[in-house]
Design a protein around this ligand. Structure first.
Ligand code: AMP
Length: 119
């Protein structure tokens, strides 16, 4: 497990390979895998390997890390054949948004038309 990883964090344990995941992308900064309870035909979680609680806890020094997540999202959208049709990127922060895992992650959803605003 990485030095900053938290033993009780689900996504730290997935990144460390202690819990299985359906990986779709990995680089030095980012790990991405399919959501276990997909909300769309394609639903990928794009996660920094370094533990950060959520996007609200990100700091100016995390700029390169956040950009890496967005670049990974672009790559995965191409990989999954979503780039032309479109897709949605979502950060959930806190209880009203339904955040359930407190390790920063970007949801990539696509493969069907999605209502806006969301329900
Ligand atoms: P959030 O509600 O934004 O915190 O998103 C957490 C997401 O993690 C949810 O969409 C869950 O379905 C997903 N999830 C929880 N456990 C796993 C797991 N073991 N593998 C893949 N996705 C998971």
């Amino acid at each position: 497990m990485a030095d900053d990883a938290q033993a009780d964090c689900l996504f730290c344990r997935i990144i460390a390979g202690e819990i299985p995941s359906d990986k779709v992308y990995e680089d030095t900064i980012v790990y991405a895998f399919r959501d276990i309870n997909p909300g769309a035909p394609t639903h990928v979680l794009i996660v920094p390997k370094r533990h950060i609680r959520d996007v609200a806890a990100a700091e100016a020094a995390d700029g390169a890390l956040l950009l890496a997540l967005l670049q990974a999202a672009n790559t995965i959208a191409q990989q999954e054949g979503l780039a032309d049709r479109g897709y949605r990127l979502v950060w959930n922060v806190g209880p009203d948004a339904g955040q359930s895992v407190f390790h920063l992650h970007l949801h990539l959803l696509g493969g069907r038309p999605m209502a806006w605003p969301p329900g």
